[in-house]
Write a protein that binds this ligand. Structure first.
Ligand SMILES: [Fe+2]
Ligand SMILES: [Fe+2]
Length: 361
């Protein structure tokens, strides 16, 4: 159907069928490649909705006060060496991990997907990884940790090195011109999206999230804990993004969804879980400060199964119970604690303090 627009002395004819064909040619991969970035009409509505949700959660590290954390870090009586070690491992691991995720999005996934609304949400995802990397830098500089120590941690601590190697392998395999019509390459991409979204961000981030937030619950390192809560809220959107992307990629390329491939992904999760358990044992070498190693280890089994089920895969430990139910509450940041609203409240507090001190005068 042709539609004619008369504007002054000119007439423009737009072809509805052509527009509909262009819409139909929007795909996760191997879609229509055009030199412009047409988000509309939306084919992947979830991607746009998630983009808006992620943007609404925006936060900036420098707005989170670190005074109490600095005080506790310096006070040998206030916190134990094990608590300090958990914070060091958290900062050391995530300093590298956030960048690895962001780099894989920008140089692999966003390069290979073709629908603009998917590129849009992936751009926001990469930006959030930059915010997370920046928050680590803010923690390091606030506490006065030597930055070389962080670098040494991901080079010298074997469990960190192995976790990084596990994801880098999946990322490097896709950094060349690949024929994305080839099912083997489609599988490589699907596996990359599964590894980064479900194994790494969805499972291997949770050992430390759990430990740092367990300290936060004991009023230790409140600034760092707050940043980890905001990060965790972002990560749950990233896991959902990569899950939806994975499911749509599979839906559009059913030929790769074989029993053999499903089992390969399950076994990849087995490897991810083992690496994470080793890492947890390095973070918390003994039960201490009210934290039990076994609970965190079991939590990894529990969360890994949730990720597998989310992707339509059979769990590894059916029926396993969540040993850390409070962690879900920590992720549920109440509306009044949202970043911008929180900031407004703080501004109000500081002006209230100002008027209180004026009254005293
Ligand atoms: Fe992140
Ligand atoms: Fe992330």
């Amino acid at each position: 159907m042709l539609k004619t627009f008369l504007v002054g002395s000119k007439s423009f004819v737009l072809d509805q069928e052509k527009a509909e064909a262009a819409f139909a040619a929007k795909m996760v991969i191997n879609g229509r490649q055009v030199p412009y970035f047409n988000i509309l009409p939306l084919k992947y509505q979830w991607a746009y909705d998630l983009y808006k949700k992620m943007k609404a959660n925006h936060w900036e590290p420098e707005d989170i006060p670190m005074g109490k954390d600095i005080e506790q870090w310096r006070d040998t009586a206030a916190v134990s060496d094990i608590e300090r070690w958990i914070i060091r491992m958290g900062i050391g691991y995530f300093s590298a991990a956030e960048g690895i995720v962001g780099d894989n999005i920008q140089h692999v996934v966003r390069e290979l997907v073709t629908a603009p609304e998917l590129k849009l949400v992936l751009g926001r995802h990469a930006h959030e990884e930059n915010i997370h990397a920046d928050s680590l830098l803010y923690m390091i500089s606030s506490l006065g940790i030597n930055p070389h120590e962080c670098e040494a941690m991901f080079e010298d601590i074997k469990s960190i090195e192995r976790k990084n190697e596990f994801v880098n392998r999946a990322s490097q395999a896709l950094r060349r011109d690949l024929d994305m019509k080839d099912p083997a390459n489609k599988r490589l991409l699907a596996k990359n999206i599964f590894i980064f979204g479900q194994c790494m961000e969805g499972t291997q981030f949770y050992g430390l999230f759990g430990m740092v937030l367990a300290l936060y619950r004991q009023n230790k390192f409140p600034g760092i804990g707050q940043m980890f809560r905001y990060t965790l809220r972002d990560e749950s959107n990233h896991i959902e993004l990569f899950r939806d992307l994975f499911m749509d990629l599979i839906e559009e390329n059913r030929e790769i969804w074989t029993d053999e491939f499903k089992e390969e992904l399950r076994q990849t999760m087995v490897e991810a879980v083992e690496l994470e358990k080793d890492f947890i044992r390095d973070c918390l070498p003994v039960n201490a400060v009210g934290l039990a190693v076994d609970e965190f280890v079991t939590y990894i089994d529990y969360i890994a199964d949730r990720r597998l089920e989310g992707c339509g895969l059979t769990p590894l430990n059916p029926g396993i119970k969540n040993p850390l139910p409070w962690l879900a509450e920590m992720m549920d940041i109440k509306k009044e604690q949202n970043f911008f609203e929180g900031r407004v409240t703080e501004y109000q507090k500081s002006s209230a303090l100002q008027s209180a001190s004026d009254d005293e005068l």
